[in-house]
Ligand binder design. Structure first.
Ligand SMILES: Cc1cc2nc3c(=O)[nH]c(=O)nc-3n(C[C@H](O)[C@H](O)[C@H](O)COP(=O)(O)OP(=O)(O)OC[C@H]3O[C@@H](n4cnc5c(N)ncnc54)[C@H](O)[C@@H]3O)c2cc1C
Ligand code: SF4
Ligand code: SF4
Ligand code: SF4
Length: 450
């Protein structure tokens, strides 16, 4: 039995692509399922070797995230630990001052700057980061960034699954000693750690793992919806800039904008409104994300995220928070601060938690209710670090019923044409009003921002 039966069919795949990249029989290929999740599809003969299960972050064949992190960082002198954030040596807040990292970055540009510094200091030969898939317009893949210019050209956040299969195959086969830093979402970071244990050659190749904090990944349907809202047919879309600068003075209301294959830019789509409604209510998300309990990329050496803090609400230039788990990662930040490339200051743990309040609500608290819902349906799932909690499910009964109703409505239309979009918006529009009412009357677990 492989990942198809154990992970994909029950709906636990995040689309990371590790299984397809590492399958020795090349039996798996990344594609789309009927919900438009990016998943592996069986295309060749499976020898039942079990490697895909050994590397998959959702197979349950696990050392587990906690034990993996303990093995990596448990002995680092001065390290602290918390069950929600994982290990941390130091926590930082700030932004990059050098060149246009801040302008190009999703937040304060700290991730691209950090990766550039690693590259410039010769600690790695290239960075594997997310970029447009040139062989498949409108999709994303991992790209080898060999120069600082390459790294900065991949800045920004990709809210579409980015499978790592092709580049993993390539680096394992290449005839060189090149070593890489990988920017991975938490699930991929953990899967890579599992794979590095199993495949010594991969351990030689991956010298550093950097993660982004992750609050759920949209699936392909989300990009199709954004493309249409932006005024571009999904079949003509070549790329979406998911972190187009905010139009009004509110840093969290960033916009998405699609580009056509002829290079025309579409209309910017603010995330506040329907996109946020979908994210909050489990619509157009990779199904595996709904059981994910790793917010802070707990197995990565350093983690980058948005500074979603009240002081920065009106600062649309972008600000970052950073978790360092190794002395080397911390040294990079301190050196950058001393030589003026970035303006950062150390912060306390509570500030980190404050900035990720909504993500923690969705991925930790409400997860307990989602797991109870699965248990109630008789679905077994891989062991999680958050326990299923029937009380959370019942206390948020109105919210969970609303999610089901919205999901059912959203499934009724394909999103291929502008007529589909009109029909979709007609169906979904009333849910926005209903959500507003629930927010005002305290029936939603989310806080009203009005
Ligand atoms: C799906 C998703 C959900 C997120 N959820 C949260 C959240 O809940 N809270 C929060 O604070 N931050 C979240 N982030 C992180 C945030 O959007 C920024 O990426 C982060 O703050 C780093 O910004 P920066 O300016 O420092 O990085 P940048 O300088 O913009 O560099 C980002 C680096 O990450 C790479 N990258 C972008 N997207 C992906 C991807 N999908 N897979 C692999 N590599 C990628 C880029 O290629 C680039 O190298 C999320 C990111 C993603 C992709
Ligand atoms: S069990 Fe082995 S051969 Fe079969 S899909 Fe998984 S990795 Fe490939
Ligand atoms: S989560 Fe990753 S490794 Fe697991 S089945 Fe999905 S693509 Fe494969
Ligand atoms: S929510 Fe979890 S499973 Fe989904 S992309 Fe983020 S880290 Fe991966």
């Amino acid at each position: 039995m492989g990942v198809i039966e154990r992970v994909v069919e029950p709906g636990f795949c995040s689309g990371c692509g590790l299984c397809a990249g590492l399958c020795p029989s090349e039996a798996l290929e990344m594609g789309l399922n009927s919900s438009k999740d990016v998943v592996p599809i069986l295309k060749g003969e499976c020898s039942e070797c079990g490697l895909c299960l050994d590397v998959c972050p959702f197979s349950g064949e696990d050392p587990g995230i906690d034990d993996t992190a303990e093995g990596l960082f448990g002995d680092v002198p001065g390290i602290s630990q918390n069950p929600v954030s994982g290990f941390y040596l130091s926590l930082w807040e700030g932004h990059v001052c050098r060149k246009d990292f801040r302008k190009r970055g999703a937040s304060g540009g700290m991730a691209s700057w950090f990766l550039t510094r690693i590259l410039e200091q010769g600690l790695v030969d290239a960075v594997l980061s997310a970029g447009p898939d040139e062989s498949r317009p409108g999709f994303w893949t991992f790209i080898k960034a060999k120069t600082p210019e390459d790294v900065i050209s991949q800045a920004g956040s990709v809210y579409h699954p980015v499978p790592i299969d092709a580049v993993i195959r390539e680096i394992l086969l290449e005839n060189s000693h090149d070593r890489y830093a990988v920017v991975a979402l938490p699930c991929l970071a953990y899967g890579l750690r599992k794979a590095m244990k199993r495949i010594p050659r991969l351990k030689e190749k991956v010298a550093m793992l950097v993660s982004l904090t992750c609050g759920l990944m949209p699936n392909r349907r989300y990009s199709e919806y954004i493309s249409l809202e932006s005024g571009i047919l999904p079949e003509d879309m070549s790329y979406i800039n998911f972190r187009y600068p905010p139009g009004e003075p509110d840093s969290s209301n960033y916009r998405h904008v699609a580009f056509s294959r002829k290079g025309e830019q579409g209309r910017p789509v603010p995330v506040k409104g329907l996109p946020d409604l979908l994210w909050r209510h489990e619509v157009f998300l990779q199904s595996g994300c709904l059981i994910c309990d790793d917010v802070f990329g707990e197995t990565a050496d350093a983690v980058f995220m948005d500074a979603w803090l009240p002081e920065y609400e009106r600062d649309t230039r972008g600000n970052s928070l950073v978790i360092c788990r190794t002395p080397l990662a911390e040294k990079m930040i301190r050196d950058g601060m001393e030589d003026g490339e970035c303006e950062v200051r150390e912060i306390v743990y509570e500030r980190l938690m404050q900035s990720q309040k909504e993500t923690l609500l969705v991925k930790r608290h409400l997860l307990a209710g989602r797991l109870a819902r699965l248990e109630g349906m008789g679905v077994s799932f891989p062991e999680r670090r958050v326990a299923a909690d029937r009380k959370v499910f019942q206390d948020n009964g109105k919210y969970f019923r609303f999610c089901e109703k919205l999901k059912a409505a959203a499934q009724q239309v394909e999103l291929e044409t502008f007529e589909d979009l009109e029909a979709f918006n007609r169906l979904i529009g009333s849910f926005l009003e209903e959500e507003n009412r629930m927010l005002v009357e305290g029936e939603s677990p989310f806080e009203s921002t009005e």
